[in-house]
Design a protein around this ligand. Structure first.
Ligand SMILES: NC(=O)c1ccc[n+]([C@@H]2O[C@H](COP(=O)([O-])OP(=O)(O)OC[C@H]3O[C@@H](n4cnc5c(N)ncnc54)[C@H](O)[C@@H]3O)[C@@H](O)[C@H]2O)c1
Length: 365
């Protein structure tokens, strides 16, 4: 049997986590043969509710779930974790300006970034879901000077899957046959869902839909989907966000297969996007690493949209600049650590039997 992997999840008594924790424990994220230890984090006021969630997890008698630990502080909660899913965030309250929301979350994510830096496994992989996800991820990353920036990601997988699901529906295809979707930029209404590289059953999608419909109707449908779900349901997307987070981590850990996916990651300057922000790119994952898909054609229409969403991220960064340690700015210039040599790779049974839980290699994809 493989040694257990320790996964931390924040906001563990919230809506998304009420769906996600049961999927992780059932092996949907890291594999049906991978034992799991769950470290669940909440704010002190929510510890009662969290205890109830922990009881339910226990009551499911999942064979892969070896331990459930609950914490109200990040220092203990992130100790030795190999995966950290930062889902808890401060919601926008009445009368709260966007800047206030950014600042309230900056306080949470800088403390969590520091705690991950000081206590987590050195190869930890971090996914930020709590909004504003890209900027929260940047804040956590900039507060973790001992880790590589590429260990911090934010979630645009839900937007990616919305694009696959809705376009598949429009064209009468299964979402798995909608390949080559890209979400560029921020997880916000400025994101750019790009269909220029999408093929459905091998045929370019833009040969099957009207270009004006794509530009004027489809793009806003994806950009506004979260708000439309809230209006219809009276609550925000939770199960679909949970599924997207599972898929993001699963692919990062176990590989993407024959398609690429969208992940918000530290920009390395690819496609002319400014460094120093966490921006959504098309990536392929293998051996526990991700790599930006290079060489895709970008027309003027796409370029304009990609820059607009980049500019929003730059504005968000300026709003929290005073909370970002200046000494970590330079590391964002080389987010993939190409100047350094060693990289993380996925565990395999052979290595695990040999002893260490995480191995380092020079293998690159
Ligand atoms: N990136 C995406 O695609 C995406 C999609 C959907 C939702 N979201 C975001 O995910 C977040 C969670 O959504 P939800 O519906 O589960 O919200 P929710 O309000 O139901 O749950 C959030 C939980 O986080 C907890 N929390 C707050 N601060 C915390 C902290 N410092 N440490 C630990 N826990 C903390 C709260 O107590 C609460 O239980 C929101 O910010 C939401 O906007 C992102």
């Amino acid at each position: 049997m493989k040694p257990a992997i320790r996964v931390a999840v924040t906001g563990a008594a919230g809506n998304i986590t009420y769906s996600i924790l049961f999927k992780i424990a059932a092996g949907e994220m890291l594999g049906k043969d991978q034992p799991i230890i769950l470290n669940l984090l909440e704010i002190p006021q929510a510890m009662g509710a969290l205890r109830g969630v922990a009881m339910e997890l226990e009551d499911c008698a999942y064979p892969l779930l070896q331990e459930i630990n609950i914490f109200d502080n990040p220092e203990q909660g992130f100790k030795d974790v190999q995966y950290a899913m930062l889902i808890g965030a401060r919601p926008r309250g009445p009368g709260m300006e966007r800047k206030d929301l950014l600042e309230a979350n900056a306080a949470i994510f800088s403390a969590q970034g520091k705690a991950i830096n000081d206590h987590a496994n050195r190869e930890v992989r971090v996914l930020v879901v709590g909004n504003p996800a890209n900027t929260n991820a940047l804040i956590a990353c900039r507060n973790a000077p001992d880790l590589n920036p590429n260990q911090f990601t934010a979630m645009t997988r839900l937007d990616h899957q919305r694009t696959q699901g809705i376009l598949g529906n429009v064209l009468g295809a299964n979402s798995k046959d909608v390949k080559g979707v890209i979400i560029w930029g921020n997880h916000s209404a400025t994101q750019f869902p790009d269909l220029h590289h999408v093929h459905v059953h091998g045929k370019p999608a833009l040969e099957s839909v009207d270009e004006a419909w794509y530009r004027e109707k489809f793009i806003p449908i994806i950009q506004q989907r979260g708000a439309v779900v809230i209006k219809a349901r009276g609550a925000s997307s939770a199960a679909s966000a949970a599924q997207a987070a599972i898929n993001h981590m699963r692919d990062w850990a176990l590989g993407t297969g024959d398609d690429w996916v969208s992940m918000s990651i530290p920009s390395d300057g690819s496609y002319g996007i400014k460094k120093g922000i966490i921006y959504s790119f098309p990536v392929r994952c293998n051996y526990g690493r991700y790599e930006i898909v290079q060489g895709l054609d970008v027309n003027n229409f796409s370029h304009e949209k990609m820059i607009a969403t980049q500019n929003e991220l730059l504005e968000e960064r300026s709003a929290v600049e005073h909370l970002l340690p200046p000494e970590t700015a330079a590391r964002m210039e080389d987010p993939f650590g190409r100047a350094n040599t060693t990289e993380v790779t996925q565990l395999d049974d052979e290595c695990l039997r040999a002893g260490p839980q995480i191995v380092k290699t020079d293998r690159v994809i």
